[in-house]
Write a protein that binds this ligand. Structure first.
Ligand code: FAD
Ligand code: NAD
Length: 482
């Protein structure tokens, strides 16, 4: 038998976890190949879910729909009058497609520049650190590696009662490509995708009804933030129904009838399109041959330790395929840490406690660290300081005064434990909190940091001052004289 082609590292999966891992491996001088099977209109492409049908296209449509909504409803308040605002959905979709193409081709360029070999096809982990690649023409090639990184990502959860038919019932990918604005849109799941894509189509003109199984809205966010968010979304016309149980769906005459139960009993909802957004599941099926004995956790996540090592020596797993939040930046950081662990033979980790979460609705929501519910449950004593955007000059200039920043700090040490934001540019503001927490900052550190005026970041500054009850632009609780 001829010798197998071999690499220092083979990465399976070229999403934000895998392609970043491959680039970092190559930067560190390791010979690297990356296997991916994604096809866009029959053509192999890089970037995975994030670039092709996730973060990037969804943000393109969020931006477009915000501009449309602004032109229709908000610009007049700024003294800018625009007549006859109309929607060109095809242009919106074409813009999204062009962006995706530019960015995925950018990764191809980076692979080339870093000398990474792109193996196009379905990869499978075999025993003895071998990887089998089945190309689209069904040819099979086996490669050898010293180290293997599994980064095959995740796929939308399918529920039997609302089977995706890619026409009237769609998953998030389908919901990014409607060719017309559905007059009536149903969404199952009030999670991140349901809220972001529900907001897009609401702003473009759909009547949107969201059905959520849980009793609590956005339970992963700080309770005060989720309460404010629900109020804002409802005011925007998103019809969010909690504590619902979808029991059946029927498709007829290009419409979907959704049968569900709520506290008032059996209900039906008829919609033109139904988005199923009930979570994602790791792509661990068919990933490894049986004789590898690759260990999976509950939920079919590949089992890993803190350094993303699987139970097989020299085989790592990262991104949506493993425990932790299913977020692009979390996967990328794990990819970098694993590459550095391999190259330096020294364990490097990604701190899962400091992964920021963002929901790109209007207003945006962002947080990092623990929330009040978690601190109370853990019995940790804390001080809290919050500050409303309604008292921030820049937010007034932008006409976006809803929301607040809340900072939670340890009662004894003042170390920042969590930061929770709902409001304009929360996705950008949260980085200040992540940096502060990365350096174990106290709320006093932020309070003593000069923030430019007039900026939205002044809300961070004032919230930090507020932890010690000394915010300048709001009335504080009366301090007792010592
Ligand atoms: P993926 O991006 O899923 O990539 C996995 C890759 O592996 C794919 O290219 C796939 O083709 C390949 N693959 C799978 N199996 C094999 C195999 N056997 N052989 C070869 N290749 C294989 N996250 C954020 O952080 N911010 C956002 O704003 C955001 N928005 C989102 C919006 C939507 C609509 C969706 C669906 C997701 C969004 N996410 C967002 C989540 C984000 O997309 C994922 O967390 C991220 O893509 C995970 O990266 P990954 O590399 O682990 O997996
Ligand atoms: P999610 O976990 O955020 O939300 C799913 C929602 O569906 C939950 O609220 C759940 O209670 C509900 N649900 C589950 N089964 C249901 C049922 N049968 N009937 C009614 N409701 C039901 O998942 P998602 O919105 O599908 O997003 C998937 C992943 O993608 C998330 O983990 C998220 O991290 C990631 N994502 C991130 C971003 C971002 O960072 N801005 C954007 C989109 C997606």
């Amino acid at each position: 038998m001829s010798e197998l082609k071999s690499y220092n590292v083979i990465v399976i999966g070229a999403g934000p976890a895998g392609y970043v891992a491959a680039i970092r491996c190559a930067q560190l001088g390791l010979t690297t190949a990356c296997v991916d099977m994604w096809l866009d209109n029959g053509k192999p492409t890089l970037g995975g879910t994030c670039l092709n049908v996730g973060c990037i296209p969804s943000k393109a449509l969020l931006e477009s729909s915000e501009k449309y909504h602004e032109a229709q409803n908000a610009l007049a308040d700024f003294g800018v009058e625009v007549d006859n605002v109309s929607l060109n959905l095809k242009t919106m979709m074409d813009r999204k497609g062009t962006m995706v193409k530019q960015l995925t081709q950018g990764i191809q360029g980076l692979f080339k520049a870093n000398g990474i070999e792109w193996l196009k096809g379905h990869g499978k982990l075999l025993a003895n650190k071998q990887v089998e690649v089945i190309a689209t023409d069904d040819s099979v090639t086996t490669y050898q590696a010293e180290h293997i990184i599994l980064a095959t990502g995740s796929s939308p959860v399918d529920i039997g009662i609302a089977k995706v038919n890619k026409d009237t019932i769609v998953d998030s990918s389908g919901a990014l490509s409607f060719t017309e604005v559905p007059a009536k849109l149903g969404v199952i799941g009030a999670g991140v995708i349901g809220l972001e894509l529900g907001s897009v189509w609401k702003r473009l003109g759909s009547e949107v009804v969201i059905l959520e199984a849980q009793d609590e809205f956005l339970p992963m966010a700080d309770t005060q933030v989720s309460r404010e968010a629900l109020k804002q979304y409802k005011a925007q016309g998103l019809n969010i129904n909690l504590s619902t149980r979808v029991t059946k769906t029927e498709v007829a005459d290009n419409q979907v009838t959704v049968h569900y139960q709520d506290k008032d009993g059996d209900q039906t909802l008829v919609v033109d399109k139904l988005i199923v957004a009930v979570g994602r599941t790791p792509n661990s099926n068919q990933l490894a041959s049986r004789d590898t004995d690759l260990l999976l956790d509950e939920g079919n996540f590949v089992h890993v330790d803190e350094q993303c090592r699987t139970n097989i020596p020299s085989v790592y797993a990262i991104g949506d395929l493993v425990r932790g939040p299913m977020l692009a930046h979390k996967g990328s950081e794990e990819g970098i840490a694993v590459a550095e662990t391999i190259a330096n033979d020294y364990p490097s980790t990604c701190d899962l406690d400091l992964v920021p979460s963002v929901i790109y609705t209007l207003p945006e929501i962002a947080w990092v660290g623990t929330n009040e519910k978690e601190l109370k449950a853990a019995g940790i004593e804390y001080n809290s300081g919050s500050f409303p955007f309604a008292a921030i000059g820049r937010a007034h200039a932008m006409n976006q005064t809803a929301g607040f920043v809340k900072i939670l700090a340890d009662k004894t040490t003042d170390r920042i434990l969590g930061v929770h934001i709902i409001g304009p540019a929360a996705s950008e503001l949260i980085t200040e909190a992540v940096v502060a927490m990365e350096f174990s900052a106290s709320s006093e550190d932020l309070a003593r940091t000069i923030h430019a005026h007039p900026t939205l970041s002044e809300a961070m500054h004032e919230a930090a001052l507020s932890v010690d009850n000394r915010a300048i632009h709001k009335a504080n609780r009366k301090k007792k004289k010592k």
